[in-house]
Design a protein around this ligand. Structure first.
Ligand code: SAM
Length: 481
């Protein structure tokens, strides 16, 4: 097992309500991070204006798009297999066009388009508004490609349709790209430099979601704590901004405060936080608002200062531990989750033990754990040999996953006997007489349906639990409804 919590949505086909008058059919499949799923909603919005309704039947599609991820080699291989499948269907339906979107676009454009001829269209993460033009090229029999990365594009002016969602929870993207240059990571190359979205357009999107009855939003970015709006442009150019721009700039703490104040009944989450950019002010804002969830996803990647330095993570093990202490001082009981990379180049048994001891210190609520996967073009690929043997990576991963499972069980059991607030998201998969939802600490909770309905905030008394799920009984509505 690579991950303790599987993103069950990987590869989901996303569909939305048909728009009247639209006659063409779009099949869109998404892989990778939440940003990719959010981007697919932007693409579907752009294509709805071009006469496309979504479908979940590959065979009847006029256009098949796959939104790709290249964070690890495995993710790339999965997408390649899907492209083979689409091409098999294309042999039966030659009118069907196939396009690749997202993070694999830049790296594999020549290969897919020219060498292997398995796609008609390649579009990078900043070029989605060009899709209508690119489709015309394709219709005229030419291959179409746009993988140009932008300094400005945030899609702030596009009101995304919500694909395959539950009408209750939604992602709202606030930044694009990343400037952190972690040596293992391909994101700065595939998604470009970091830029933030106009706070007013973020608020407009949240207002719109609230009007449509949504109850929870997650503010999204590769590194949300680094959010900075000063009138547009790249984060790295902020130093050249005017005095006025600097004085009126909006950072993440201000944005979070603004959204939480404007929508006191909307539950708010955010992801991902990066330890080097997380400021205490954000923690005070989380503590100040009841509607901001007490959960922070705070990837550390390794517990060894030596490895963190090689990863260019800009903080030591001790600084990370101090940050954890501050989180708990300011937000008592805040749940914390991690991302961890196992077997980064030069990782020794000693480094691995430091990762385990850091995990013992934090006892994360949950986590995502991955074997290091060398990514072409990254600093680590250029400068460091991928020298931890596969069997050692596997053994260390198992140890880390087992430890995380132990900690998840401890953290989940802490809620036994307590009353938690659950936002009902859907029917429980295991029992159609039960609801499933999440607590503000991000635990999944299940309980008998009674007369409650999806979208209700319900107080639930926890009577039992598994390692990752709370089991209980509703004791009434929460004041949040
Ligand atoms: N921006 C966040 C951060 O680094 O703090 C996370 C972004 S990344 C899309 C999600 C996770 O993928 C990372 O936290 C890391 O654990 C994992 N990851 C990134 N590059 C990787 C690589 N080359 N090999 C294995 N895992 C990787």
């Amino acid at each position: 097992m690579e991950k303790i919590i599987d993103e069950k949505t990987q590869g989901n086909t996303l569909t939305l309500e048909a728009r009247e008058g639209n006659s063409r059919k779009l099949y869109i499949e998404s892989y990778g991070c939440a940003m990719n799923f959010s981007d697919s909603e932007i693409v579907a919005s752009i294509l709805a204006d071009q006469g496309f309704n979504t479908t979940n039947s590959l065979e009847e599609a006029d256009l098949v798009l796959v939104n790709t991820c290249s964070i690890r080699d495995k993710a790339e291989q999965t997408v390649r297999k899907r492209l083979e499948k689409y091409n098999a269907v294309k042999r039966i339906n030659p009118k069907m066009k196939v396009g690749v979107l997202g993070c694999m676009a830049e790296r594999l454009k020549e290969k897919f388009l020219e060498e292997e001829k398995i796609v008609d269209l390649v579009v990078g993460p900043d070029a989605y508004k060009d899709i209508p033009n690119l489709l015309k090229e394709v219709e005229e029999g030419r291959d179409a490609v746009n993988v140009i990365l932008s300094k400005e594009e945030t899609y702030g002016d596009i009101s995304p349709v919500r694909l395959g969602g539950n009408g209750i929870t939604a992602f709202v993207s606030i930044t694009r790209g990343c400037d952190n240059m972690c040596t293992f990571c391909v994101v700065p190359f595939t998604r470009g430099r970091e830029r933030s979205r106009d706070p007013q357009s973020i608020l407009r999107e949240v207002n719109d979601l609230a009007e449509k009855g949504y109850k929870e939003i997650t503010l999204l970015g590769q590194n949300v704590d680094s959010y900075l709006w000063y009138g547009g442009g790249l984060k790295k150019d902020f130093k050249n901004a005017s005095e006025m721009q600097k004085a009126t700039a909006t950072d993440f703490a201000v944005l979070l405060d603004m959204v939480a104040t404007a929508h006191p009944k909307m539950r708010i989450r955010f992801s991902t936080s990066n330890p080097q950019d997380m400021h205490e002010e954000v923690l005070h804002i989380v503590a100040k608002h009841d509607n901001i969830c007490n959960h922070i996803h705070l990837p550390v990647q390794s517990g060894s200062t030596r490895i963190l330095k090689k990863m260019n993570r800009q903080h030591t093990r001790e600084e990370y531990m101090k940050l954890i202490d501050r989180i708990w001082e300011i937000i008592p009981g805040c749940s914390i989750s991690q991302d961890m990379i196992i077997g980064f180049p030069t990782e020794t048994e000693e480094d691995h033990k430091e990762t385990m001891s850091l995990m013992e210190y934090v006892k994360y609520d949950f986590g995502y754990m991955y074997k290091y996967s060398e990514r072409p073009g990254t600093m680590a690929a250029r400068k460091l040999e991928d020298d931890v043997p596969e069997e050692i990576k596997s053994r260390r991963l198992t140890e880390i996953v087992d430890l995380q499972q132990k900690h998840s069980a401890i953290r989940t059991a802490e809620f036994l006997g307590k009353i938690v607030t659950v936002l009902i998201e859907k029917e429980s998969k295991k029992n159609k007489d039960e609801w499933s939802g999440r607590t503000e600490h991000n635990n999944v909770a299940v309980f008998p349906k009674e007369n409650y309905k999806a979208g209700d905030f319900v107080k639930v008394k926890v009577t039992d639990c598994t390692t990752a799920t709370l089991i209980g009984k509703a004791v009434g509505f929460s004041g949040n409804n």
